[in-house]
Design a binder for this molecule. Structure first.
Ligand SMILES: [Zn+2]
Length: 72
């Protein structure tokens, strides 16, 4: 019975900590123009060849500039 209780507590703990492990917001990064777009930006939707989906932080580390329409 004690063992069961410990497993139960661990399961609850993992459920509570999991949402924090979800990575930061992804963006569409245009590797040609170096523009950073929100996923919902109309430019990002048109951009299928040169855009890659990466984390916002990583896009700016790679020299990304915010899009004038969506603000990156
Ligand atoms: Zn944009």
């Amino acid at each position: 019975m004690k063992k069961f209780l410990i497993v139960f507590i661990i399961l609850i703990f993992e459920c509570l900590t999991f949402p924090q492990a979800v990575p930061a917001e992804p963006v569409m990064f245009n590797v040609q123009t170096q523009k950073v777009h929100k996923i919902t930006c109309p430019h990002a939707k048109k951009c299928t060849k040169n855009c890659i989906k990466i984390e916002r932080k990583d896009a700016y580390v790679q020299g990304g500039k915010p899009c004038k329409t969506c603000g990156g």
